[in-house]
Design a protein around this ligand. Structure first.
Ligand code: HEM
Length: 171
């Protein structure tokens, strides 16, 4: 698994999600909705845990001397966190969330459009973090530690907005 490219891993995660989704719907029928929603929340917790922790690792990495044992350890931690947790969790979150939106008839709801906008921003930030893992791996990060401290708050802020929208459904 560790030798496969990120695209192959994403395709595998996508295929696996589709299979599990199909099996759950087949077996549970209408009751599937709440189970899929539970799985969506589990995927979101995993995605967010990684998105909140990765910039924190970058903050430590900024202070690590390039080539030092600590710097090399951080590179491994960052790559594993991204590939094993964050990327698959994002794929699961999207697939399950879109199914919920379609099956729950939320595709034309105002709160859903607003949530989607913030989730797209979150996914864009995910892409930025992913590119940053590659830059840190090549000792080529140019973002100062103070900026990472600020960027560290971005996923938390988006998460609060998204959760309020989906729970309160204010419009
Ligand atoms: C990746 C794209 C996403 C899509 C398409 C999506 C879509 C949805 C939909 C349609 C529901 C069902 C709402 C209901 O039954 O009332 C739902 C539930 C939920 N979503 Fe998402 N979601 C996504 C990402 C996220 C993210 C990033 C978070 C949090 C940071 C999140 C948090 C939640 C929570 C907490 C619920 C349960 C709400 C409840 O049962 O009241 N979702 N999502």
């Amino acid at each position: 698994m560790s030798g496969e490219s990120p695209a192959t891993r994403a395709a595998l995660a996508l295929g696996l999600t589709a299979l599990i989704l199909a099996a759950v719907i087949l077996v549970l029928g209408d009751a599937a909705y709440m189970w899929i929603k539970a799985a969506h929340v589990v995927a979101i917790i995993s995605w967010m845990a990684g998105m909140l922790y990765l910039p924190r690792l970058f903050i430590y990495h900024c202070d690590a001397k390039p080539g030092s044992e600590f710097s090399e350890t951080l590179k491994v931690m960052e790559a594993r966190l991204l590939q094993v947790i964050i990327n698959p969790a994002m794929v699961f979150s999207w697939v399950l969330g879109l199914w919920l939106a379609w099956h729950g008839n939320f595709l034309s709801a105002g709160w859903f459009h607003a949530k989607l906008m913030f989730v797209i921003l979150l996914s864009g930030f995910h892409g930025y973090l992913s590119a940053s893992v590659r830059r840190f791996a090549g000792d080529a990060n140019t973002v100062p530690v103070g900026r990472w401290r600020l960027l560290n708050e971005v996923p938390a802020l988006l998460m609060i907005l998204i959760v309020v929208l989906v729970i309160v459904k204010p419009f």
